[in-house]
Write a protein that binds this ligand. Structure first.
Ligand code: PLP
Length: 386
């Protein structure tokens, strides 16, 4: 990364960790295909399985329950399926219930028909409405298959942490399947699959300092699994065919390992930086509104709305000053769309909010420089309004 720029957009993607880079460079020199039975193949297989153990350990799962994919979006498309197998028996999932603030990878409903996807609202803080979820599950038409609920552990825009254990109780009582998108929570807050009560977890390597284009679907057991999305040679225990992305998987494993080792210290350090960032914001721009400030959030994420300042305009101003932050959710086209998260929270989606998300490379200097530019941007807003 260029040294003169300040990167405060870790929720979009985290810079590659040095340890992941080194592990990937070593993996690049391996000639073997992990499916080959000769020594070269076995060496590659051993690396894939070591990474599987590292990723499993990060979320308290069994290594054999980790299926590597091309990212969280593929993992979501894989698991959000009406067709499951329990051993050899077919299991039908009739309806998918998703929270209104899910990432598009989940909100789009995977392999469910649009009519079979129901959106569950959130409150003004962006926390799922448990009573609404309970009502959805109570009126689930059981004759067409099981209910499936997909809720993220932490939101990518607001950082709000969802009450997954309470959601799991509701899903369990309804005999349903719970899918948890843990992409933003992984390596930022401690959790385990068992604690969450999730049946499936979705992870992405590039949010934890691994490479882009690799992720995982993790199951609680091995009996109940969705129909494969990618079929062919039967790799990944038949759950995801195609020669494994050895280099990416190895980088993912290394990032998971470091993420786990550093979790406790980084969590505390980032929470301290976020506190000083938010206190500084309130001091520099007293009318700034830090969204979801009073509910449990990730230690690295601040989502702030400034009255009279369009977040997109502010983002451009920051970019010109060499600081990368985000506003709304960037679409693949590079355009910034209105935030469906702010809309679901009943906020002003047209003005949007700035998201500042920090990580391993952030220190007090970066926060100070951000606050300095924020003060300038707010002054310009006042001048424009005068
Ligand atoms: N889920 C969440 C919460 C995300 O933030 C993202 C990425 O922005 C995804 C899923 C999709 O991840 P990937 O880029 O690996 O497909």
């Amino acid at each position: 990364m260029r040294k003169d720029r300040i990167y405060l957009d870790y929720n979009a993607t985290a810079p590659l960790l040095e340890e992941a880079r080194a592990a990937m460079l070593a993996a690049m020199d391996l000639p073997g295909n992990p499916s080959s039975v000769h020594a070269d193949g076995r060496a590659a297989r051993a690396m894939v399985n070591a990474a599987r153990r590292q990723v499993a350990l990060l979320v308290g799962a069994e290594p054999s329950h980790v299926t590597f994919t091309s990212g969280a979006s593929e993992a979501a498309s894989h698991v959000l399926s009406p067709d499951f197998k329990m051993g050899r028996a077919s299991v039908r999932v009739g309806r998918l219930y998703v929270s209104a603030i899910e990432h598009p990878a989940v909100l789009s409903g995977g392999r469910f028909a649009a009519d079979d996807v129901e959106i569950v609202p959130v409150d003004g803080n962006g926390v799922i409405d448990l009573a609404a979820l309970r009502a959805c599950l109570a009126s689930h038409p059981g004759d067409n298959g099981l209910p499936m609920v997909a809720v993220m552990l932490a939101n990518n825009e607001s950082g709000v942490i969802q009450p997954i254990a309470a959601i799991a109780d509701l899903v369990r009582a309804a005999g349903g399947i719970l899918v948890v998108d843990a992409v933003q929570a992984a390596a930022r807050i401690p959790f385990s699959m068992a604690e969450l009560g999730a049946d499936f977890l979705i992870l992405s390597a590039h949010k934890i300092g691994g490479p882009k284009g690799v992720g995982a679907l993790i199951s609680r057991g091995e009996m109940l699994m969705p129909a494969p999305l990618v079929t062919g040679g039967g790799q990944e225990m038949g759950h995801r065919s195609g020669t494994e992305n050895l280099i990416g998987i190895v980088g993912f494993g290394a990032a998971a390992h470091i993420g786990q080792e550093m979790l406790a210290s980084e969590r505390e350090r980032l929470a301290g930086l976020t506190r000083s960032l938010e206190d500084g914001l309130k001091a520099a721009v007293p009318d700034a509104v830090i969204l979801s400030r009073d509910v449990e959030r990730l230690p690295n994420t601040t989502f702030v709305a400034v009255p009279g300042l369009k977040a997109e305009t502010a983002q451009i101003a920051f970019d010109l000053e060499g600081i990368a932050v985000s506003s709304g959710s960037a679409c693949s086209s590079g355009k910034v769309g209105e935030s469906h998260v702010i809309r679901a929270m009943g906020g002003d989606a047209r003005s949007g909010a700035l998201r500042i998300s920090i990580g391993r490379g952030t220190g007090p200097d970066e926060i100070e420089r951000f606050l300095g530019v924020m003060a300038q941007v707010a002054t310009r807003r006042e001048r424009a309004a005068a």
